[in-house]
Design a binder for this molecule. Sequence first.
Ligand SMILES: [Zn+2]
Length: 360
Amino acid sequence: MSDVNTMARPLAPWLQTQLESLLAQRGHAWLLSGPSGLGQFELALALARAWLCEAPAPQGACGHCGSCHAVDVHTHADLCMLMPETLSLALGWPLDEKTQDELDSKKRKPSKEIKVDAAREAVSFTQFTRSRGSTKVVLVFPAERMNNITANTLLKTLEEPPGAVKFILATEAAHQLLPTIRSRCLGHTLLWPDFEPALAWLQQQSARPAEGEGGAKKAARPAEPADLQTLLVASGGRPADALAWAQSVAPGEAAQHWQALPQAMARGDVSALADWMPAQAVDALQKLCHDVLALRMGAAPRFFSAEDLPATGKPGGSLYALASWSKELAATARTQEHPYNPGLMLESLVSRARQALNAR
Ligand SMILES: [Zn+2]
């Protein structure tokens, strides 16, 4: 995923504009919301970095001062990152000592939720004396991973933050937050970038060495614009998702794989999904199902090219079969977090896809 150099990268242009607009406004608590892949975490961190910076400009943090450096190496004493433990580990943000000990000694697994203990830590962080500058920041991401108890723990501090404490909550599901949390924050909805600037950004980013293990090797050969375009379309126009994809595999192969996916599913070829996590597979099938249905209804596909889609999308394909497949996939997407047997699950997903795509 990400490493400590991430923040040295310039923000994507559409995030930079949003950062400047947020910095120009007053507000001690922001709620940044929008679907995944638009960059709310990057924007949240850039905002925190600018608030903490010793020489901030209207464009954001200076990038050179001690405070900026401390944020970049994930050790800023006035920045509290309130995240699920799984995400802290993945993004390389330190956990508190007690948690780290418990995880090291394998007493328990890292939590996918934001724990109430962590929220209590965040509250006491806001009450300690400042150690560096005049501002402290609590960044909560993804805020929807707080259950009601955790959220309530934070609520009072959010209402009446002591001293110069500022909050940034970033979420991919604002509707899941307690209304009391939402009403304490100024809301900002992430803007969708237009396709062309998003593609230009993607080209620029994928030409840089990817961070993380083995990434640099993969980015050595520049990606073809056409392949990146396929991945951006496949990601529903969400540039951060497309970039993560382009950096995790060879973009050319990934694009070919995506283009061949509809026909592979129509043939019932399980190997086409073999390298994917169940959640990714379900997501891809939902996109396929969406596009085949769209085509069948006379609309344009959104994630695939029309010529790559099976004939079910044309008049004669069974609308009923596609609609029930769509419903089933939605139900699977809600419950697939822990499949009892991922291999078996993929097989049944593909067999179901084949059935729906061949129904007349
Ligand atoms: Zn600075």
